[in-house]
Design a binder for this molecule. Structure first.
Ligand SMILES: Cc1cc2nc3c(=O)[nH]c(=O)nc-3n(C[C@H](O)[C@H](O)[C@H](O)COP(=O)(O)OP(=O)(O)OC[C@H]3O[C@@H](n4cnc5c(N)ncnc54)[C@H](O)[C@@H]3O)c2cc1C
Length: 448
């Protein structure tokens, strides 16, 4: 029998059960992660409501999938037919902004960019900048430990979180971390929840760092004959403390040129760097690029020119999407291994007869090989999935990791085992058992 009427009675609200609607709340943006329309969706409006729902689901062993905006790329927010989806989209209030103590407290459904826009009024910024920041939620960002372009200088989401309110699977509400800048009073339980992809608890409130707004950045663009030279230049450019350092390979550049010719047809690779201070280092940065074989380069402090220069990076993924169906991979690498990684992925592109464009965050080694196959080509899709898994293996062989920022969700669960020891897997399982004894929170996700 459906749990819906009883849970509606407990909560005193209606759940969404129309399959046309539940299905849109039951999957994220990952193209091949399995999902089925959930039994019901709760648009939660308070921590107490989340708590009541979880207590009920624990008692009745109903699987629960937490949902932010569904912008995830690993199937993390995908549901199955027996589950309850708890969406945090209505919990979107900015609770308090404290510029003097440099923090802001929000409900988990607040959109990343909305917080940054609100704190701007005080001359402050919320720095973590996933490319999805105009629609992904802070709860989702915390649950995936989202990254972005600014990470090379400012780190990932976890570096910006001070405290969390979390509902455990039993319905118990706990607070971890502290609004103070420093806090070592307890074991660091807060960071256990960051990046846990909805498997340990539901985050309902978040206290984050806000900082004085950095200056509008200066931008360097440099073209190179090949990615080996661009990658070696990028490693050296780190000494200038860039606030952004991105790399694009030739396959991706060709896709951009085919769509929006920007004049990069002769380049084998491009580097884009931004500085949000010490603009006087621009000339030295150009000289560094020259010493690594730069073909052409330009450094500008003009915001409008900068917008033109970084356009090529913004077009990278959509340009590849125009070539066919895409599988966007995400791996973390030592920065010194980028060129070797690209060489091996190019080899995989030939082996599987696929187009694979590579771009990513050169400054922190987080690369996004994007595999393209023809829409509707079933064989091509199979080859793309094999290449997707092998790319992860290549990154792991080079001392890297299965995911840098998109998370494990369901699509990479099988690819993690060889990267971590059995002891680490067992400890994680123990933690899961302690925090979610009935195993209802996002089953089948994240943990190998
Ligand atoms: C075009 C595009 C660009 C992207 N660019 C980036 C990028 O630059 N960097 C990056 O890191 N990611 C990027 N992503 C991936 C995605 O936007 C991030 O993973 C984001 O953090 C997900 O937020 P969300 O609110 O959409 O969460 P969802 O997709 O809804 O959920 C993601 C995971 O978090 C869990 N979850 C959500 N909210 C909560 C909560 N309150 N409590 C507990 N668990 C929760 C879900 O169960 C799921 O496992 C991109 C995605 C797209 C489509």
């Amino acid at each position: 029998m459906s749990f819906v009427p009883e849970l509606e009675k407990v909560l005193g609200v209606s759940l969404i059960t129309d399959p046309d609607i539940t299905s849109s709340y039951s999957k994220d943006q990952a193209p091949f992660a399995p999902f089925a329309p959930a039994k019901a969706v709760l648009l939660a409006r308070s921590t107490e409501e989340v708590s009541k729902a979880l207590a009920f689901c624990s008692e009745h062993k109903i699987p629960v999938v937490t949902r932010g905006a569904g912008s995830g790329l690993s199937g993390g927010a995908n549901a199955d037919a027996d589950s309850l989806v708890i969406s945090l989209e209505k919990m979107n209030s900015i609770i308090e902004i404290d510029p003097a103590n440099q923090w802001a407290k929000v409900q988990a459904g607040v959109i990343n960019l909305d917080l940054d826009t609100a704190v701007k009024e005080f001359g402050m910024a919320y720095l973590p900048d996933p490319a999805s920041r105009d629609w992904s939620t802070l709860g989702g960002n915390v649950a995936t430990n989202a990254g972005g372009m600014c990470c090379v200088k400012y780190g990932v989401t976890s570096h910006h979180v001070r405290a969390l309110k979390v509902v455990l699977s039993t319905g118990e509400i706990i607070e971890v971390g502290k609004a103070t800048k420093k806090f070592v009073t307890t074991l660091d339980l807060m960071h256990l929840f960051i990046g846990s992809e909805g498997t340990l608890g539901i985050v309902t409130e978040i206290t984050v760092n806000i900082v004085p707004r950095p200056k509008s950045p200066a931008t360097l663009i440099a073209t190179f004959p090949n990615i080996t030279q661009a990658a070696s230049a990028s490693t050296e450019l780190l000494k200038y403390r860039p606030s952004m350092l991105e790399i694009i390979d030739q396959t991706t550049l060709k896709a951009v040129e085919k769509w929006h010719p920007l004049g990069f047809e002769v380049a084998g690779s491009i580097l884009l760097m931004q500085l949000d201070e010490n603009f006087e280092l621009g000339d030295a940065a150009v000289a560094t690029c020259q010493s690594h074989g730069m073909i052409d380069g330009m450094f500008t402090t003009e915001a409008s020119e900068a917008a033109d220069l970084i356009r090529v990076r913004k077009l990278a993924y959509p340009a590849l999407e125009r070539l066919g169906a895409t599988l966007l991979d995400d791996v973390a690498l030592p920065v010194t291994k980028i060129a070797e990684f690209v060489g091996k992925v190019e080899h995989l592109a030939k082996k599987y007869d696929l187009t694979i464009g590579i771009f990513g965050h050169a400054g922190d080694g987080n690369m996004h090989p994007t595999i393209v196959h023809d829409h509707g080509d079933v064989e091509g899709e199979k080859r793309a999935k094999s290449a997707f898994a092998e790319i992860v293996g290549v990154a792991q062989e080079l001392g890297g990791s299965a995911s840098g920022e998109h998370g494990i969700g369901s699509i990479k669960r099988g690819l993690v085992k060889d990267e971590v020891s059995q002891s680490v897997i067992d400890i994680q399982r123990g933690i899961k058992q302690l925090l979610d004894p009935s195993g209802i929170l996002n089953p089948g996700k994240k943990l190998p």
